[in-house]
Design a protein around this ligand. Sequence first.
Ligand SMILES: [Zn+2]
Length: 277
Amino acid sequence: MKPSKQPLSALNSDSKFLNSILQPPCEDLSQGDFFIDAHCHLADSRLDWRKELEEAAAENVQKVISCALSPAEILWHQSHLDPAIAWVAGMHPFYPAGKEITLDAIATLCQKGDICGIGEIGLDGRNGDMETQIKLLLPQLDLARMYGLPVVFHVVRWHYELIRLLKRNFPGVHGIVHGFDSSPEAAEAYSRFNLGFSLGCKSPSAKAVAFITARGLFCVETDTPFQKATDNMKPLNHLNQLPIAIAGITTRSGLSQQAILHRQKATLHSLGFLETS
Ligand SMILES: [Zn+2]
């Protein structure tokens, strides 16, 4: 997939950008409408990727955005080209040292147009060394800016530290905060940027979901094989669990499945993860 050709200035003009996606939801599903799993790790060796996609399709999940975090996972995605799979690559802030991919490898993927975004990258408060994480993060944000690519953020605890860093250095960033489960205040702070929220099987509070859905820039994810719903006793999460994430939004916001479907699609297209057909 080629890097987005949309100039970043267009993405930054807040009102124009948001107005383009905050149209009233279309409740009538046309044939061919489907759900998209906005974040998963399909190259995980514990998964049978074909079975995952088949079982997801049975739940009307027909597209996924998968994530490569190691050289082996890059190779996996390059050798499993499937119209159902788009993918991003990045240096995760909490990844075994020496196993992660290099900045050069990400730059090459950007040049070749292999990836639809950079991620998951960010700050993880469980892994105490913020300085090292910031050193890893900044050049990846530079690459995203250079190629006009969206970013998938992974953030644990250090939301406001990331927000400060973006405000200072990358006010034009665009992308999603994946697996968002923080406060309505944090959601509001992220919303000063062209950032949407990817909501998983562990939804944030009703107040946060109400804010996010009213703003309209959001999508849904399983983070397969991670981030199971709390009452899911299976060892791994799977793509066919996406309805749990959707139900979490429906319960907390009152939005219909059709409305969620419309918004997630508009969000992922508007942010540049998926090409508009
Ligand atoms: Zn993930």
